[in-house]
Write a protein that binds this ligand. Structure first.
Ligand SMILES: C[S@@+](CC[C@H](N)C(=O)[O-])C[C@H]1O[C@@H](n2cnc3c(N)ncnc32)[C@H](O)[C@@H]1O
Length: 326
């Protein structure tokens, strides 16, 4: 893979937040292009520390294997200090049990998708390219975006577009989708884009990849729609909730959890969980009114510096939350 797989967001701040000990045991639940993993590994290599890096995407897995041949990068695919886990982080607890790990010193989650997902035309994550509407991070199973578009009720489509895409016109778009699919199933990105913009979308002529000529005015709306579908396809909120519960159980007292979020819904889940220790965000208090939480919040939603956003515009929506297990 020669493209830039991903540029890690808020790398320095995240590593600082994790307060890495050379002999500690760490988990990066979202390996992606390995930028954060590499920085953690640099701190535990030489010590007795270990890093487990998860990713459910086979492309990230190949990426990890490719990196393994570069001595300056990951020295080998798995060694005493590093283990790659090809799996969904919702099964964090099961994987840790499998590897005989009872407690961890830190966990990093850099949520969502990598640049690779958007930049890889055939995966269907981007409205910029003509492709089948897939959007699965784990391509070995589960429903695709096309399955959802062609089988969900109008009501359910409107709900996911509103909740995961924050689309104010979710009902209108859901209606158009249901009308269009009654004529012909919606299978490809250009078909979905045409439904939203109300006319056939053309391809740019003469480009190597089949790039779509999407009107500038429609891009914001389409970004929201594609985000909503991607979140539903991969059950991102469900996986996040399960992983947070497992992380709470696994973290040692003094251990840190650092999560980078990219939209308000996932950020709210993380914020509430790190404040209260439960998914409802319900703050428990003792008899004297002191807050009873398993965490001390260290970082409350730090955003990327202007410099970083200039260098890497995709970091502009990143929010870092860090907490320490008490
Ligand atoms: C934002 S990228 C991480 C980038 C990474 N920090 C880096 O420095 O390159 C998120 C990655 O997490 C993976 N991912 C998302 N949800 C996952 C899940 N539930 N289980 C495992 N991997 C997941 C995606 O496939 C993607 O590669």
């Amino acid at each position: 893979m020669n493209e830039i797989y991903h540029i890690p967001a808020m790398l320095r701040e995240t590593i600082q937040g994790l307060n890495i000990q050379p002999d500690g045991l760490y988990v990066d639940v979202t390996f992606g292009g390995g930028g954060h993993s590499k920085a953690i590994l640099e701190k535990v290599k030489g010590g007795k520390g270990k890093l487990f890096s998860f990713d459910q995407d086979l492309d990230a897995y190949s990426n990890a294997m490719e990196k393994s041949s570069k001595v300056s990068d990951f020295q080998c695919f798995h060694d005493d200090n590093w283990q790659f886990v090809h799996g969904n982080f919702r099964y964090l607890r099961n994987f840790m049990d499998y590897y005989g790990v009872e407690q961890i010193d830190g966990l990093l989650g850099d949520l969502g998708v990598s640049f690779h997902h958007f930049d890889c035309p055939e995966r269907g994550f981007s409205f910029r390219f003509s492709a089948p509407l897939d959007m699965r991070m784990n391509q070995s199973g589960g429903k695709t975006a096309a399955d959802i578009l062609n089988s969900y009720s109008e009501e359910d489509l409107a709900r996911i577009l509103y909740i995961y895409g924050e689309m104010n016109n979710s009902r209108q778009i859901a209606k158009r989708i249901v009308k269009a699919r009654s004529q012909k199933a919606i299978e490809r990105t250009e078909e979905l884009v045409s439904v939203v913009i109300g006319k056939d979308v053309q391809e740019f002529k003469g480009t190597e990849v089949q790039e779509l000529d999407v009107p500038t005015g429609a891009k914001k709306e389409l970004a929201k729609l594609f985000q909503a579908l991607r979140i539903e396809v991969n059950d991102e909120m469900g996986a996040l909730r399960e992983m947070l519960i497992a992380a709470k159980e696994l973290l040692k007292p003094g251990g840190r959890i650092a999560i980078l979020t990219y939209h308000s819904l996932e950020d709210r889940i993380v914020k509430n969980f790190l404040r209260s220790g439960n998914l409802d965000g319900k703050i428990e208090k003792d008899f004297y009114g002191n807050i009873l939480s398993p965490f001390k919040v260290i970082e409350k939603g730090l955003t990327a510096s202007t410099d970083e956003v200039e260098r890497n515009p995709r970091a502009r929506s990143a929010k870092l939350r860090v907490a320490e297990k008490l």
